[in-house]
Design a protein around this ligand. Structure first.
Ligand SMILES: [Zn+2]
Length: 78
């Protein structure tokens, strides 16, 4: 029962109780950011409604496209 290899699960339980400690891990556009929990490494992102949602592989792909468009537009303004 008391295994040290279950640290990640322990962190998840702590997060479930006291809440995640999200930090911005990536600024995709001025509105869209990616967040990572410092504790359990869970990742979130801003969706098209401006709400936070779990960063799934699909959202990662959307974000990389958004970032590409956003970066190109910023270059064009300069
Ligand atoms: Zn967490």
């Amino acid at each position: 029962m008391m295994k040290k290899s279950t640290n990640q699960n322990a962190f998840k339980i702590i997060c479930d109780i006291i809440g995640h400690k999200y930090v911005v891990s990536k600024q995709v556009t001025s509105h869209v950011k990616e967040y990572t929990c410092k504790c359990c490494k869970k990742q979130l992102t801003t969706n098209s409604n401006g709400d936070l949602t779990e960063l799934t592989p699909t959202f990662k792909e959307i974000n990389s496209i958004l970032e590409d468009i956003y970066t190109r537009r910023m270059v064009r303004i300069k």
